[in-house]
Design a protein around this ligand. Structure first.
Ligand code: ZN
Length: 366
């Protein structure tokens, strides 16, 4: 018997004024639902993950992730998922709204733990606002301390929830309501504030305020009998770039730009050129500690703009190859990277084809 994570992405987004359904709006460079999916996968708590959607989703290459067609309302979507899980030996289901992208593994673990002794566990927050309740012509005060604002994932014993769904005829807004309507007991545990729901475009805009910029520059001398590497790619050329590493000016400038934006010193501090450890290192291997730093600090790359300054090779001819490579190495979409070629009117060592330089601006945000 195992657990299943059900990710609901089929919502109608009535409050979301955008032609795109909100679950597919880009958030931190990924469609909204990808965030919860990643958390569920990373948690390793689930034998199966169902994505319930009314929109065609590009095939997701994980063996345990399945796509299910959504229904007209939220509860129809859940019902479709539960029907699919019949006879699949599922013990518990975790039902989550894709519009809550900041779900944490920690919360998943807490919920799972509480399911050992309860057949329904739901996270909640207390209200920070005073709450009034309207009945006919009266407006009454409610005790704020007694208000529970429910979140997702809402977690249930599969069999019990499925049985309730089979007999339910009413429209429900979440599974907790179905339980309460049937006088069933729910264990409420404290949820997380960051696990908030995105309901309007304003919510997404609000999340983008912390932006940082970093600048990077690098230049290396061209020498014979060395391979040329630019942007992590081997570029056929009569010379290569001299350096402690492979001399990849693009990657070095990007690393400095990203470190600058993170306010974390520079490439020379991280990879001292007097250390034999980094001798002849491929520059693409220098990127992983930088990406780790970004990840640990909850930072994402917004965009990168690059000027590659050389007479030859011709940047227009190698641009596509380099952009693909950078997109792979940095795990960001290709359209977030721009590469421009600059020549220097045959002036100086760059003009005489004795060196290649690169300058970069990186933007990141929290
Ligand atoms: Zn360098």
């Amino acid at each position: 018997m195992s657990d299943c994570f059900i990710l609901l992405t089929a919502g109608k987004s009535k409050r979301f004024k955008s032609p795109l359904k909100k679950q597919f709006i880009m958030y931190k460079n990924k469609p909204l639902f990808h965030h919860s999916l990643k958390t569920a996968l990373d948690s390793k708590l689930f034998k199966k993950i169902l994505i319930v959607s009314n929109k065609k989703i590009k095939k997701i290459n994980y063996r345990n992730v399945h796509l299910i067609k959504g229904g007209k309302e939220r509860h129809n979507s859940t019902e479709n998922a539960l029907k699919y899980l019949q006879n699949k030996r599922i013990k518990n289901v975790f039902i989550h709204d894709a519009a809550r992208p900041n779900l944490s593994i920690n919360l998943l673990k807490k919920l799972k733990n509480r399911l050992k002794k309860n057949s329904a566990v739901v996270p909640y927050l207390n209200s920070e606002n005073s709450v009034k309740y309207k009945t006919n012509n009266n407006i009454n005060n409610l005790d704020r301390e007694k208000i529970l604002l429910t979140q997702t994932p809402q977690c249930f014993n599969f069999k019990e929830l499925f049985n309730l769904y089979k007999t339910n005829k009413e429209k429900i807004t979440d599974e907790a309501s179905l339980y309460l309507n049937n006088n069933k007991k729910i264990k409420f545990i404290l949820g997380e504030k960051k696990n908030f729901k995105i309901t309007t475009l304003e919510d997404i805009k609000k999340l983008k305020y912390e932006v940082y910029y970093g600048i990077g520059f690098d230049i290396h001398r061209l020498i014979k009998n060395k391979k040329l590497f630019l942007g992590g790619m081997h570029i056929p050329f009569h010379s290569g770039l001299k350096g402690h590493s492979d001399g990849d000016v693009i990657l070095h400038a990007i690393i400095d730009g990203l470190l600058g934006a993170m306010r974390k010193s520079d490439i020379g501090t991280l990879f001292p050129s007097n250390s034999s450890k980094f001798k002849n290192i491929r520059s693409k291997n220098m990127l992983s500690p930088i990406l780790k730093l970004l990840n640990e600090n909850d930072l994402i790359i917004n965009n990168i703009d690059i000027n590659l300054i050389c007479e030859n090779p011709k940047v227009s001819k190698i641009k596509g190859k380099i952009l693909n490579s950078l997109s792979n190495l940095l795990s960001i979409d290709k359209n977030l990277i721009n590469l421009k070629g600059k020549t220097v009117e045959k002036l100086g060592i760059i003009g005489k084809e004795q060196a290649i330089a690169c300058e970069v601006i990186c933007s990141i945000s929290k």
